[in-house]
Design a protein around this ligand. Sequence first.
Ligand SMILES: *Cc1c(COP(=O)(O)O)cnc(C)c1O
Length: 528
Amino acid sequence: MNAPNQSGWKPGTPVRGDFGLDSGPQTVTGNRALILEEPLIFELGGTDTTGVDLPEPAADAANRLGGFERAETIGLAGLSEPETVRHYTRLSRQNYGIDLGFFPLGSCTMKHNPRLNEKVARMPGFADVHPLQPVETVRGALEVINELAFWLIDLTGMHSVAMSPKAGAHGELCGILSIRAALEARGDAREVVLVPESAHGTNPATAAFAGYRVEDIPTNEDGRVDLEALKERLGPDVAAVMITNPNTCGLFERDLKAISDAVHEAGGFVYCDGANFNAIVGRVRPGDLGVDAMHINLHKTFSTPHGGGGPGSGPVVLSEALSPFAPLPYTARTADGVVHLVEEEQADEFAREHFGGPLHHFGRMTAFHGQMGMFTRALTYMLSHGADGLKQVAEDAVLNANYLLRSLEDVLDAPFAKAGPCMHEALFSDDGFAGDLSTMDLAKALIDEGFHPMTMYFPLVVHGAMLVEPTETESKASLDQFITALRSVAARAKAGDESMKAAPYYAPRRRLDETAAARKPKLVWTEE
Ligand SMILES: *Cc1c(COP(=O)(O)O)cnc(C)c1O
């Protein structure tokens, strides 16, 4: 394959490749796909060579393996040290990540993880802590958990927090189980949880897993929950509504207080999916909007890129009404303003003193306290920004998303842009693409521009959805480069550039069968 001639190229000038096509692939950024081609290690080195010279054993050496020595070779590829180092270094570069470039995935918050976080998380007192260590040896770690809990309670204006859930979805389960415990305690079995059409798939899954029947709440033409339709559906069978705020269309649910009032009046609880809290942290306290339970994705809102395969952490903040039904352990603020970590031994006494009755906890979410590495990263992030800095984080994230929205709305359909500014992510549709060109084709062409695609086909309420979340950590220069690339591929999609159907051209792998890759992965190399 001939790579296009790069000499004399200037940013913003289309470059055509020589693929024998009339309208060949082009890029405006000068980037060439994401990665280098790299064979498997077995294809690089033969099993008949070796990278090390070991002395032959002495002829009279005693065989100390007692008959267990290997009868056949194990067939490892023999490579020299530099070959081996290069192989793994190149492989590591195939891992596209936030340290390599802009990651526009919406509904995921892929943001830069300051190195300071990593330094603190790796301090032996945090990194090597073991859950079964005697309590008196982990006082510092417990203090970190408590301080983080204090920040979360403070920033959300809520009453208590369960730190143990391991990720957002686990936090949802924790919140819904608390709601169920509260309803059961008052002998009020309710069956239904209402979830808006635009919700993340984990919301209905959580409600169903906790034994509830899920019903949709319609979205209005502004991309927000239809308040009147919701009010109409409320009744004695509705246990809770689950609402994401800001929602997955990247919009603030302005009616959340009115929704909470209506739900409470009907005897239900309000669960807020707080995965998008990064857009409003320091500016809005969910507790003031009548929320009863909300999970916070520490790995989205308080740094640590989401989706890197590492652990997440999904603490759940609870209202005063739900606090007596928290899991164990949990952390609560008392009337004197002090935050207490409550363990099983003190649970009843603590609840009698502060809630006027025993704790009706539903058990534990996990055996231990939670994700220490995530706690240290999140608290480091909070302390290094300070309360004012966190507010600025939210404002900059929203500013960046609106800059993208306004820079692209003339070339991409932005279904809710007329209704006003967006929050932390900008939503576009495939309306106006020529012929059968699709969001998928645009995303693949974007790879040729050196950019990871945005979230596609989510939320489902928008046709061919493209959800772009820049986060606060991107500079104007990096946003401008992304905008240049996206404007170019959007214009090609509208002009009917059929060459996009075979993109990416510059990536070592072209269009894959993504279903088979996920369902039937080949994980073992066999010689054929
Ligand atoms: C990420 C996300 C979740 C799930 O969080 P996990 O930590 O991945 O389990 C739930 N809701 C929304 C809106 C999200 O973006």
